[in-house]
Design a protein around this ligand. Structure first.
Ligand SMILES: [Zn+2]
Length: 126
């Protein structure tokens, strides 16, 4: 008996690729390509739904898919990735992402250091 079975939920490949509705088509393509590259056969998410684990047919863990990034078991990350020191890559939904072009940058109030609305009038100290 597998003691892990009660804390994880099995998914299909399609369910895994549709897990985060905020993923862009490029994110989904990148994740799917890595599933195929590594021969991922089974997918499951943790009970907290915090990430998806992909395994090969022998049950070896290949990679973890998080809402904003993907990580790989050591040595399995794709060649030529953006940052060779990181065993994974970011998705478009990564939280620490810098403001994209055209997106307004928050202004900080010089008195209270809270972010000001675009009106330029601070909500906190007026
Ligand atoms: Zn203020």
């Amino acid at each position: 008996m597998n003691t892990l079975s009660s804390t994880r939920r099995t998914m299909t490949r399609d369910e895994a690729l549709a897990w985060n509705s905020d993923w862009s088509p490029a994110d989904i393509t990148a994740i799917g390509e890595n599933f195929d590259r590594l021969g991922a056969q089974s997918f499951y998410r943790t009970q907290s739904n915090g990430s998806i684990t992909a395994q090969d047919k022998d049950g070896r863990v290949l990679m973890y898919v998080h809402p904003g990034h993907v990580t790989f078991n050591k040595g399995l990350a794709p060649e030529g990735r953006e940052n060779p020191e990181v065993e994974g890559f970011d998705l478009s939904t990564v939280r620490e992402k810098l403001p994209i072009k055209g997106e307004e940058v928050l202004t900080i109030c010089p008195s209270c250091f809270y972010a000001m609305p675009y009106t330029g009038v601070c909500d906190t100290c007026g």
